[in-house]
Design a protein around this ligand. Structure first.
Ligand SMILES: [Zn+2]
Ligand SMILES: [Zn+2]
Length: 305
């Protein structure tokens, strides 16, 4: 099943594919600063990034896919709507795909494993592309009746699922409207649309896809798992805790993915706040004895929320 550690050339390719486009984007920032980019655009981009990223990480992923906590109806609908605004597809299909990913992780049937083509450099380059976004182009549709019957049976979720095109329009138009009103200019609306709609959606897409690609290829694997999932610390903040992916595959229903000391997990922090307000209940926080059993080498595990 396992093919050992990944090769240096494979690591080089992943870095090339991920770092060069990011550097290009970073280079565009100082070029545009002052005429096509300002603090309003930055603020709106950060706000909409955080809102939609957390909609996916807390909502689509930890809550709807894995049932890491129970939510009251308002929180449930809010999480479904903000996750839909990430433009990663309607909620029911997203959840069905991700449950299938866990059921078949890195084996035949996994919708987006980077390991399906072999372990040579060429096969892994193809695998990286497939896991990152290629899998969406030649689409195998996941059977929602099998993988997400709970969501299909919920009228609220059916409604949010149907409203996906509207929520897509909202997520693209709202930053432009806000930018236009704050700057009281059409130019302000345009720059906000560019940075806080288009660039923000693209960056979040790549961060989410990186969990599927990079976090199944490189990183630390402190926990026993049946697959190649790995903890990749550089993405911890931008992915709001989701890049602690080896820990997640070891204990999928746990509400915190950054379970070890010092592992920042912003999504888990916010779930804790929802719990304090009473909106989230029955939160599955890490259980040290459960984690200790799966740890390859004994070490520290955080216990408190
Ligand atoms: Zn995974
Ligand atoms: Zn998962």
């Amino acid at each position: 099943m396992m093919a050992g550690e990944n090769s240096p050339s494979e690591r080089f390719l992943i870095k090339l594919f991920t770092v060069v486009p990011a550097l290009a984007l970073a280079a565009a920032v100082p070029l545009a600063w002052g005429w096509g980019l300002g603090w309003t655009d930055v603020g709106l981009a950060v706000f909409f990034y955080s809102l939609t990223c957390l909609g996916v990480t807390i909502g689509f992923h930890r809550y709807f896919t894995h049932g890491a906590f129970k939510a009251n109806r308002a929180l449930r609908i809010a999480l479904a709507a903000t996750g839909s605004m990430a433009m990663q597809g309607p909620i029911i299909g997203w959840v069905a795909d991700h449950r299938r990913h866990h059921a078949f992780a890195d084996r035949e049937g996994d919708p987006h494993s980077p390991w399906l083509f072999g372990t040579s450099v060429g096969a892994l380059a193809k695998g990286f592309w497939h896991a990152h976004l290629g899998w969406m182009f030649r689409r195998e549709l996941t059977n929602a009746a099998r993988f997400a019957p709970d969501l299909l049976a919920d009228p609220d979720i059916q409604r949010v699922n149907r409203l996906f095109p509207v929520l897509t329009a909202v997520t693209l138009v709202a930053p432009a409207v806000a930018g236009g009103l704050i700057s009281w200019s059409w130019w302000g609306a345009l720059t906000a649309f560019f940075w806080a709609s288009l660039v923000r959606v693209a960056v979040l897409h790549h961060i989410t896809w990186s969990v599927n690609s990079i976090c199944h290829m490189i990183g630390d694997r402190p926990f026993e798992a049946r697959d190649k999932s790995a903890n990749f610390w550089p993405l911890a903040i931008l992915s709001m805790g989701e890049s602690w992916h080896n820990s997640h595959h070891a204990d999928p229903t746990c509400a915190r993915h950054g379970v070890r000391r010092g592992q920042i997990d912003i999504s888990a922090r916010l779930i804790r706040i929802f719990e304090i307000f009473g909106w989230a209940t029955a939160v599955r926080w890490p259980r040290p004895e459960r984690l200790a059993r799966k740890l390859k080498t004994p070490g520290d595990v955080r216990t408190a929320a």
